[in-house]
Design a protein around this ligand. Structure first.
Ligand SMILES: Cc1ncc(COP(=O)(O)O)c(C=O)c1O
Length: 477
């Protein structure tokens, strides 16, 4: 355990034992540093940890306040806590659930959540699909359906969606999941045991890190360069660690929108094959790639080494909660057995809506259009941020996000609260790292803002950074 975690643990126990109560203000940073014989930055890290766990709330201007003291009044509550603590190597953070609150926020500049722009959706096609479903197929729409996914939906996904990604699979290679987060959770349930090593890019999708950690994985991060992760670093990590799995996003990765070069993809696959380590390939943003580009799963020799996951959350609508896993039928069968315990099947209405949209005959036109729009938005943000004094990661050409660096001594987590009260939302970088190196970085989702809104919103962000860092006592919080 690192120093800040030890301090956070002591404060947590004090809160649970009633030393601090809801509404109490904790001692100042200086007093706590003296009390625990650590630096003030360690105290701030401990506060951040406690904030992530939901015990305290704090901002740049005042010491933290206790906002939640978990109560364990019953045997059930107490034993869940004990079991939970034994199972977890790290407390589960609230990153994803916090992000979901941002989805419905009315903030004027919401760069926090990664979503497609609803105003680009083919509303007429979707309307006619919905009308047909609700008037002519009412019984089917409101019925239970098979756990692995409705057959005709799996067929449509195989032909119309994966076919366009140059993957040619039969429907029995597919499991329809409730979003690709469920795909990650199912695969983790099957494969990860506490202490197992998982290698990921760093930075990478915070939700994946959250799930792997919740299953007890130890994460090894490999730096994302301009062409994706460096194969030499991957080789070094594989040769030093007995690795359970590798998680990669070869195209427009979240949060940097960097894509891997062809050579990198091939080299990483070769390494996975020679070290016998499966890769989970997350292709959430692959639809933005040129038509001829290949996911790893389409490479020669990948069938037995790459499990492919994807989602309709970025191409269509995240509220549908439709994702998928493509893998060998035996694995799909095992995952289906686990899925039945959780939600029985993915929503029938959502699946049929996806099928109707895929078969509408218009999706090529739509994909071409959104590729162009998102590329323009990324270009706008990519040019503007460095001009405003914020370097960005890599050189993205398309995607939903830019990953930007704020002044080094600023905590993006604390600044997030300050900016949110002033109408600007972003995702703090800490959640995307396998360690704490991104605490002064932020992820900005620009897919939902037009270039004008990007200009105005980023200029406002820049003024807020300046005002925040000029406020006495706030810098470095
Ligand atoms: C890379 C990546 N994978 C998976 C997901 C999860 O998407 P969903 O569960 O909505 O399918 C996201 C969402 O941000 C993502 O960026």
């Amino acid at each position: 355990m690192r120093a800040f975690q030890k301090v956070a643990e002591k404060i947590r126990l004090d809160i649970e034992n009633g030393v601090w109560r809801i509404g109490d203000t904790l001692s100042s940073e200086r007093q706590m540093a003296q009390q625990y014989q650590v630096s003030r930055s360690t105290i701030r890290r401990a506060w951040e940890e406690l904030e992530t766990m939901g015990y305290i709330k704090w901002d740049a201007f005042s010491p933290p306040q206790v906002i939640n003291v978990p109560q364990w009044p019953t045997a059930i509550a107490r034993s869940s806590l004990t079991q939970w603590n034994q199972a977890q190597t790290k407390p589960v953070s609230s990153f994803l659930s916090d992000l979901m609150s941002a989805a419905t926020s009315q903030a004027r500049f919401n760069f926090e959540i990664g979503m497609p722009d609803a105003s680009l959706l083919p509303i007429f096609e979707l309307e006619s699909v919905i009308r047909e479903l609700f008037t002519q197929r009412t019984r089917e729409v409101f019925s239970y359906s098979p756990t692995a996914g409705i057959d005709r939906v799996r067929e449509a996904i195989a032909e119309e969606f994966l076919g366009r990604r140059n993957l040619h699979l039969s429907p029995d290679h597919l499991l329809i999941t409730s979003g690709s987060l469920q795909a990650l959770d199912l695969l983790s349930s099957l494969w990860i045991r506490p202490g197992d090593i998982v290698i990921t890019e760093s930075p990478t999708f915070a939700g994946a890190l959250q799930i792997f950690r919740a299953h007890g994985a130890q994460i090894i991060g490999i730096d994302v360069g301009t062409e994706g992760v460096n194969p030499a670093q991957m080789k070094d990590a594989l040769s030093r660690h007995d690795t359970r799995l590798i998680y990669l996003q070869p195209y427009y990765q979240n949060p940097t929108s960097v894509s891997m070069s062809e050579a990198t993809r091939q080299a990483l696959l070769d390494l996975a094959i020679s070290y016998h380590v499966p890769i989970i390939e997350d292709d959430a943003y692959g639809f933005l790639a040129p038509g001829h580009s290949l996911p790893l799963r389409a490479y020669k020799g990948a069938e037995e080494h790459v499990i492919y996951i994807n989602t309709f959350s970025k191409i269509l609508a995240p509220g549908l909660r439709v994702g998928l896993i493509a893998g060998p039928p035996d694995l799909i069968y095992q995952l289906t057995q686990i899925k039945q315990l959780g939600d029985l099947h993915t929503g029938t209405v959502s699946q049929l809506l996806v099928e109707g949209w895929l078969r509408s005959g218009n999706i090529d036109q739509y994909i071409q259009a959104v590729r162009k729009v998102y590329a323009e938005r990324i270009q706008t943000a990519k040019q503007l941020l460095p001009q405003l004094g914020f370097p960005i990661w890599g050189n993205p050409h398309n995607g939903f996000y830019v990953f930007a660096e704020l002044p080094r001594s600023l905590s993006a987590l604390a600044f997030h609260q300050y900016a949110a009260k002033r109408d600007v939302l972003f995702a703090p970088g800490l959640a995307f790292g396998t360690d704490d190196q991104f605490r002064h970085w932020i992820r900005l989702c620009v897919s939902t803002a037009n270039p004008m809104a990007i200009h105005t919103g980023l200029a406002r962000l820049s003024r807020l950074v300046k005002a925040y860092t000029d406020t006495p006592g706030s810098f470095g919080l």
